[in-house]
Design a protein around this ligand. Structure first.
Ligand SMILES: [Zn+2]
Length: 65
């Protein structure tokens, strides 16, 4: 079974978000399995490169495609 991981995105004035590395579902809580695609989550990876929202999304796309 394929697995995925959460990409932790922190905000200065908002609560953290966790993004599924597989389907890009955004969750407030790092569940053990993704509620959207159902893949088991192996870990939470903190991504400090979220400087720019658009830049972050394209980096995420590059990783999968
Ligand atoms: Zn997912």
């Amino acid at each position: 079974m394929k697995t995925a991981y959460w990409i932790q995105k922190t905000h200065l004035f908002d609560s953290d978000e966790y993004i599924c590395s597989s389907c890009r579902y955004i969750s407030d809580i790092p569940y053990k399995t993704c509620p959207n695609c159902g893949r088991p989550m192996k870990k939470v990876k903190y991504d400090a490169s979220w400087v720019d929202e658009a830049e972050g999304m394209s980096a995420l796309m590059d990783e999968d495609w």
